[in-house]
Design a binder for this molecule. Sequence first.
Ligand code: URA
Length: 309
Amino acid sequence: MSDIFNAEQRRFLKLLGLAVPGESPVLPLAKNQAASAPARAETKAEIPKSIASSLKAPEGIRALRAAAGVLSAPPKAAGVAQPVAPEPQPEIPAEPEASSLPDLPAPGESAEPQRLQQISASDWRDLQIMVHNCRACSLGETRQHAVFGAGNPRGSWLFVGEAPGAEEDRRGEAFVGRGGQLLDNMLKAMGLTRQQDVYIANVLKCRPPNNRDPLGPEVQSCLPFLQRQIALLQPRIIVALGRFAAQSLLQVTTPIGQLRGQTHQYQNIPLIVTYHPAYLLRSPLEKRKAWEDLQLAVQVFAAASTASS
Ligand code: URA
């Protein structure tokens, strides 16, 4: 693969921390990064902002992006439902007034069918309120903030992660910790920004204590929120970050290694699977594969945009 890179591309890959064959990785694991770190434990940022902000995409990728129309936020395809415009991304709203809470079920009646019905009928703002009020599982008791998402809901790209980490729980915004910094650099390498092109959401809206893996019932309770977000956002492409996002959206148990490298469909929306940024922080040599996934996503996006224009 290296022989197809020119000098600028090689420099770019190195700045992103991607391994270039024949050269040792530029940004090795930080000394304190134990191989046995917990699943989503976040580690020292690998790419200083000063370096990241000077990144320039290689010519080939710029051309690809130009073809894909990703340098500026593309308008949604004609006839595609637009999400209800939310206010600029939360500032976590104060817990809503009791009057904005959904109706309660009758005594003895299960709340779940009614909750699911309310989710599937909600607009963007109501959905935000429901997420911020949610007590459907015990994570509602331990969270500091529910995390609805981040980025531009009018963007054409949707990136889906697993669950908020400690920093996201504290600030109420998706991917603002170390993994988020790497995700922003991955987006930058694709010519995207979360301010303009991308919305970012998670399968779980609340942080599992000690960053443990999400439990099945938690995913089951929370997934309808993500499904409704996708229905309202109508992204042109979805990138699933990591095993939980991929398996939850595709409703499969296939290992991530087998899900990568192909275009899946989520309700007729192309879906590409790549590694989670937290995993890439622990396993920097895998960044090269992630970069291949992201290039595939850019190509699929370009093809989808061409087909719909
Ligand atoms: N990891 C995730 O999957 N999502 C976040 O928002 C932060 C870390």
